[in-house]
Structure formats: structure tokens, C-alpha cells
Ligand binder design. Structure first.
Ligand SMILES: Cc1cc2nc3c(=O)[nH]c(=O)nc-3n(C[C@H](O)[C@H](O)[C@H](O)COP(=O)(O)OP(=O)(O)OC[C@H]3O[C@@H](n4cnc5c(N)ncnc54)[C@H](O)[C@@H]3O)c2cc1C
Length: 212
């Protein structure tokens, strides 16, 4: 009978990566897949089906929880860090972030306005319509808005919703600032490059007002 140090069930975003790390560390690993190698993302999800129907299904998944390709990969990184690197990373360190690939795209991170209101914490909010963004006008894509919420006491960014051209990339500026636990004033003083959508983020930080 063959003996294994680890048996990994499923070959989605985490399984093969974890199997690779364990094998590289000298462990004997078996991997079991009941359907298609690679799981949902590469076979039926994100990559083959970027249609409206697929986006609607992804929206359904988004409402359910943290079910994304990037969170599954992050699961692997956390398991491998704990198993192999003596690095006590935790799933709770993760900040929820996702894009909806509708047209224009929606980029989301952290708390929504409704969640901030429900939390009753003192907060600031800035909102800018995309027709105030030069790059959006130049591209003739002025639909949408950008909304950013900040904790009034800690000055940390609580969340953002960006709906508009480039939003699926611009959101990462805010994601990184949140992981760095940097106050919004860092972004307010940053010099961004013209002409981009991102150049309006420092301007928005000057327009924060108390959330009523
Ligand atoms: C239409 C669509 C579009 C999407 N678009 C996006 C997107 O744009 N961005 C994004 O981040 N996410 C998107 N998603 C979500 C993303 O595909 C999933 O969150 C991600 O693939 C989950 O990865 P996973 O490894 O956890 O699970 P899966 O990829 O589902 O892998 C699990 C694997 O385990 C196998 N398995 C399960 N149980 C057993 C068992 N008992 N024995 C053996 N094998 C088993 C399954 O067959 C499967 O292959 C989309 C999903 C869909 C359906």
C-alpha cells in the first residue's frame, strides 16, 4: 500500500499549488479530482465565460461570501505559510475585495456604505461621478462614480466602491493602502500621474465629508 504525507482533495485554485509546495518540501502527496482538473475558474468560471450571464452568476457568488479565485489562491498561501514556513498567516487578515466585470466594471473593497452606516461608527465619505474624471471623458466612458469611506477617528480607509472605466484596476490602490493600514492622508498627499482615473483619488481625499 502506498503511503502519503498528504492527500489533497480537489484541483481548483488551492490544491495543485499546495501539492507543488508540499512536493518541493519533500512530502509525498496524492491529489484527487472527481471532475475536471483545474476546478471552476479555468474550466467553466472566470476564464471561459466572461459574458453577462457569467457576471450575473459571479454577482450571485459575490453576495454569498468570499468565493473568488483570488481568495482560493490566498487560502493556499495561508495553508502553505502555516504548514511549511512557520508563518502564522490568518484568513482573518484578508480584506474582502472583488470586481464585477459588468460594463463599466465595478471594483469593490472592504465595507459598503450600508455596512458603515449600520456599524454607526463616525465616518467620512467622498463620492465623485465619473464625468468629473478627465480620462473617462477622453475615452467617452463617463458612466458611473467612485465612492470612498474613511473612519473619522483612525483615518483608515473602511471601504470603496468604484463603478466606471478602469475601476477594476484603480481599486488596487485602495486595497494596498488598506493592507498597509495607512491613513487616507497618505493618499491625499500622493502625486498621481496625469491623465489617469487614479489621479482623482488624492482629490477625493480632499473632498471627504461627514457621513450623515
Ligand atoms: C461563471 C463564473 C464566473 C466566475 N468569475 C470569477 C471571476 O471573474 N473572478 C473570480 O475571482 N472568481 C470568479 N468565479 C468564482 C471562482 O471560479 C471560484 O471562486 C473559484 O474557482 C473557487 O476555487 P476553489 O479552488 O475553491 O474551488 P473549485 O475551482 O470549484 O475547485 C474545487 C475542485 O474540487 C473538486 N472536488 C470537490 N469535491 C470533491 C471530492 N469530494 N472529490 C474529488 N474532487 C472534488 C471539484 O471537482 C473541483 O475541481 C466565477 C465562477 C463562475 C461559476
Amino acid at each position: 500500500m502506498t503511503r502519503h504525507d498528504a492527500i489533497i482533495i480537489g484541483t481548483g485554485r488551492s490544491g495543485p499549488s499546495l501539492a507543488g509546495r508540499l512536493a518541493a518540501a519533500g512530502r509525498n502527496v496524492a491529489i484527487i479530482e472527481r471532475k475536471a482538473f483545474g476546478g471552476t475558474c479555468v474550466n467553466t468560471g472566470c476564464i471561459p465565460t466572461k459574458t453577462l450571464v457569467a457576471s450575473a452568476y459571479a454577482a450571485h457568488i459575490a453576495r454569498r461570501a468570499d468565493a473568488f479565485t483570488h481568495t482560493s489562491y490566498n487560502d493556499f498561501e495561508i495553508v502553505a505559510a502555516n504548514l511549511l514556513d512557520n508563518d502564522p498567516r490568518r484568513v482573518t487578515d484578508r480584506i474582502t475585495a472583488y470586481n464585477l466585470y459588468v460594463d463599466p466594471p465595478l471594483g469593490r473593497v472592504g465595507m459598503t456604505e450600508a455596512e458603515v452606516r449600520a456599524s454607526r461608527r463616525p465616518a467620512l465619505m467622498a463620492k465623485m461621478p465619473m464625468d468629473k474624471v478627465g480620462r473617462a471623458s477622453e475615452k467617452g466612458e463617463t458612466r458611473g462614480f467612485m465612492k470612498i469611506l474613511v473612519d473619522r477617528e483612525t483615518r483608515l480607509i473602511l471601504g470603496a466602491s468604484l463603478l466606471g472605466i478602469g475601476a477594476d484596476e484603480v481599486i488596487h490602490t485602495l486595497i494596498d493602502l488598506m493592507y498597509a493600514k495607512a491613513p487616507y492622508t497618505v493618499l491625499k498627499r500622493a502625486m498621481h500621474i496625469h491623465p489617469t482615473v487614479s489621479e482623482l483619488l488624492p482629490t477625493m481625499m480632499s473632498q471627504l465629508e461627514p457621513l450623515q
